[in-house]
Design a protein around this ligand. Structure first.
Ligand code: ADP
Length: 340
């Protein structure tokens, strides 16, 4: 087990700074998710922690060791990738114990470890099969087992579930969370999928364009996004964010520092007439689409402050195109002119 500390870590490819002065502590034993849009620097950050990429400047600590000059094999980290990277000609057992053979672990000890770990990940009956005869989920378990057998201080997982179908992905998410609880080892998990991040992480690092936008628990990130990027990235659908000046005349007090106002689709209701205007921000609009999720519906409403999402229970308003969105003042978020 170990905490990981990044201090002023920057990575430049040619002339482009793709990771910019990261400062963050990944807590010992946490399930930390690094999330952000494609190309924001997640994999590069992970690869620098693993030692597969060298930072242009800054320090990386794993436990109490500064690992800047330590090769990947010496960092005591195990990695799991989305393409599993299994050896096709080896059986499951051989794949799992490969790292141990290399480390010259004795045969008896290898046997014990493989049996213990294949039991944990539910592979006992597949030990003699080759990867090609396994399902995607089973292959992913082999990749996990191969990482676990090394008893690393840190697990690094780069989009490990993205090749699985939706149902299996959900199942594997639960399995990974349980596995993490059982092992108690630090997990650093990369995904571009905010739903995956929110459902799996106990700590989330949100990255955009190589910069950390927020580090917090999923609950705090949802309830208290510290900037408009986080606000518009998290949630299904994410928060609506409009310019303050477009709605300030509809609000009771003028806030001189405000630049943007946010409101969540699930805190917004729609009505065919003006509703609760003493206590709510009321914005007129027109329904342009309706997506039924089951009991809940997502409406897209076109307004003169932009197109907004509203998530509500099925109502009869959709019959009338003209609607009024109503958001209680207490549910509004305010950000300054820099979006913070
Ligand atoms: P993410 O994992 O968030 O999708 P990456 O860390 O893979 O993002 O990439 C961040 C940026 O760095 C991208 O613009 C990518 O094109 C660039 N990049 C990544 N690896 C290299 C490399 N080896 N050489 C040049 N540019 C790279």
């Amino acid at each position: 087990m170990a905490q990981i500390v990044l201090q002023n870590v920057t990575k430049t490819f040619k002339d482009e700074e793709v990771v910019k002065n990261l400062n963050v502590t990944i807590k010992d034993g946490s399930f930390t998710v690094l999330v952000g849009p494609s190309g924001c620097g997640k994999s590069t950050t992970l690869r620098m922690i693993a030692g597969l990429e060298t930072q242009t400047s800054g320090d990386i600590w794993i436990g109490d060791q500064r690992v800047n000059d330590l090769p990947p094999g010496k960092r005591n980290i195990a990695m799991v990738f989305q393409n599993y990277a299994l050896y096709p000609t080896m059986t499951v057992k051989e794949n799992i114990e490969f790292g141990l053979v290399n480390k010259k672990v004795l045969k008896e000890e290898r046997k014990k470890l493989v049996s213990e770990i294949s039991e944990i990940v539910g592979l006992t009956e597949y030990l003699n099969k080759k990867p090609q005869y396994l399902s995607g989920g089973q292959r992913q378990r082999v990749a996990l087992a191969r990482a676990m057998v090394k008893k690393p201080k840190v697990f690094i997982l780069d989009e490990p579930l993205s090749n699985l179908d939706a149902k299996l992905r959900n199942q594997m998410r639960t399995e990974l969370i349980q596995l993490h609880k059982r092992l108690g080892t630090t997990f650093v998990y990369v995904t571009h999928d905010q739903v995956e991040a929110m459902s799996m992480g106990d700590e989330i690092i949100i990255l955009n364009k190589g910069v950390i936008k927020q580090v917090d628990s999923p609950m705090n990130i949802y309830q208290d996004p510290s900037n408009t990027f986080t606000a518009e990235f998290i949630g299904t659908p994410a928060m609506n964010v409009v310019h303050y000046e477009q709605v300030c005349s509809l609000l009771p007090d003028f806030n001189i520092n405000a630049g943007f106002v946010g409101f969540r689709p699930e805190h917004t209701s729609i009505h065919s007439t003006v509703f609760d205007s003493e206590n709510s921000l009321v914005i007129p609009g027109e329904i342009i689409t309706r997506e039924t999720l089951g009991a809940e519906v997502i409406y897209q409403v076109k307004t003169n402050v932009g197109t907004c999402n509203v998530k509500s229970f099925l109502t009869s308003v959709e019959r009338s195109n003209k609607v009024y969105m109503s958001i209680p003042y207490d549910d509004l978020y305010f950000f300054n002119k820099h979006g913070e």
